[in-house]
Design a binder for this molecule. Structure first.
Ligand SMILES: *[C@@H]1O[C@H](CO)[C@@H](O)[C@H](O)[C@H]1NC(C)=O
Ligand SMILES: *[C@@H]1O[C@H](CO)[C@@H](O)[C@H](O)[C@H]1NC(C)=O
Ligand SMILES: *[C@@H]1O[C@H](CO)[C@@H](O)[C@H](O)[C@H]1NC(C)=O
Ligand SMILES: *[C@@H]1O[C@H](CO)[C@@H](O)[C@H](O)[C@H]1NC(C)=O
Length: 225
């Protein structure tokens, strides 16, 4: 009798820790932004470049960076490709993410893509982000030490924006978040925060107009500093 009293709690403890472990594994992989960073780091290490630290503060800022495009796919690629003004990092992105402004570090590269269809992160990496001629140069830049990625659909639907920001900041002294935990913002997903996230969770309100306007768009752009 006494044995079973002891046994039951230990069995429960076993299942609790097993499910906590499984939950953790799911959290790390079930996020398209984390999957994009994994694809990118796999490609770098195959080229004998260092693995970049997946900084959640920088990931959150990558998601904010996308939002600055306000769903305008046309601004991403082409001859008049735009990028948000650098002042927005301190003025808007950092406060929205709870990132301490004094820890904002140099951005050493950026990759942005916009797509009318949702595509798997590994394909976004190899078939869309790496299409631009400058992309490989940016991917293999030896100055990067860390990375952050974000993905979102406008109002949860098409077009889908992907953004990767690179920095040469130090792991514990750059893009640090107040309280130690990145603010999870929706819609959209960002890397580094052990956050389960999928496009299926985003609210959907696709209007006919936005469907027509974005039906065939695919654009990508790579910026250095
Ligand atoms: C890395 O990515 C580039 C661009 O997609 C590709 O050409 C190259 O084969 C990839 N390298 C590896 C080892 O996967
Ligand atoms: C790396 O950074 C240094 C200055 O910090 C700069 O001179 C150099 O061009 C950078 N290298 C690349 C590949 O961007
Ligand atoms: C990051 O790069 C910038 C510009 O190239 C340089 O001024 C700065 O010293 C670098 N920071 C670190 C921590 O290497
Ligand atoms: C960052 O880490 C280094 C080495 O681990 C340590 O010396 C330094 O004090 C840390 N800096 C901060 C701001 O925590």
């Amino acid at each position: 009798m006494a044995t079973s009293f002891l046994l039951l709690p230990s069995i429960l403890f076993f299942f609790a820790s097993a499910s906590a472990h499984i939950h953790y594994v799911v959290r790390v992989t079930d996020n398209p932004a984390d999957q994009l960073v994994a694809a990118l780091n796999n490609n770098r290490t195959a080229k004998k470049e260092s693995t970049l630290y997946d900084n959640p503060g920088l990931g959150c800022i990558a998601l904010q960076y996308i939002k600055a495009y306000q769903g305008d796919c046309g601004a991403v690629g082409g001859d008049d490709a735009k990028k948000p003004p650098d002042s927005q990092f301190a003025d808007t992105f950092a406060p929205n993410c709870g990132v301490t402004a004094s820890t904002l570090s140099q951005i050493t590269g950026r990759l942005v893509a916009c797509q009318s269809k949702y595509v798997e992160p590994s394909k976004v990496f190899s078939e869309i982000l790496m299409k631009d001629s400058k992309s490989l140069e940016i991917l293999y830049n030896k100055n990067h030490t860390e990375v952050g990625a974000g993905v979102t659909g406008t109002d949860g639907g098409a077009p889908y924006f992907w953004c990767v920001l690179f920095s040469n900041g130090t792991r514990n002294g750059s893009f640090t978040v107040e309280g130690g935990e990145a603010k999870i913002t929706r819609p959209g997903c960002f890397s580094g925060a052990n956050d389960v996230c999928s496009s299926a969770n985003w609210p959907r309100s696709i209007t006919l107009w936005s469907y027509i306007a974005t039906a065939f768009i695919a654009a990508a752009y790579a910026f250095g500093l």
